[in-house]
Write a protein that binds this ligand. Structure first.
Ligand SMILES: [Zn+2]
Length: 101
């Protein structure tokens, strides 16, 4: 998993193609993330004791990471690469401009 919570990403495939958003949650075992405002499903919610409210609610659904590209502050949609420093520490970099992400 190359993405993490707080990353800005662009959707590059699917019904939300071209949308930008921030990662709210990472589902590491499924290779999916929840991006704010992306892949919204209308859920028909029955009133429960917890919510006391039914009706149709918007819910952000997980989206597979292969449908996303990280947004580099410098060059826009890009890919994540890694750089290993001389002391062995690994850092995420933009594959296009090699800057830290
Ligand atoms: Zn870049």
């Amino acid at each position: 998993m190359k993405l993490k919570k707080g990353d800005r990403v662009r959707v590059i495939a699917g019904k939300d193609l071209g949308k930008d958003g921030v990662i709210m949650r990472v589902l590491r075992d499924k290779d999916k993330v929840i991006v704010e405002g992306v892949n919204i499903a209308k859920k028909h919610q029955r009133p429960t004791r917890a919510t006391m409210q039914g009706g149709i609610i918007d819910k952000d659904m997980p989206i597979h990471v292969s449908n996303l590209a990280i947004l580099c502050p410098t060059c826009g949609p890009s890919r994540v690469g890694y750089r290993v420093a001389a002391d062995g520490t690994k850092s995420r970099v933009c594959k296009k401009c090699q800057k830290d992400l």
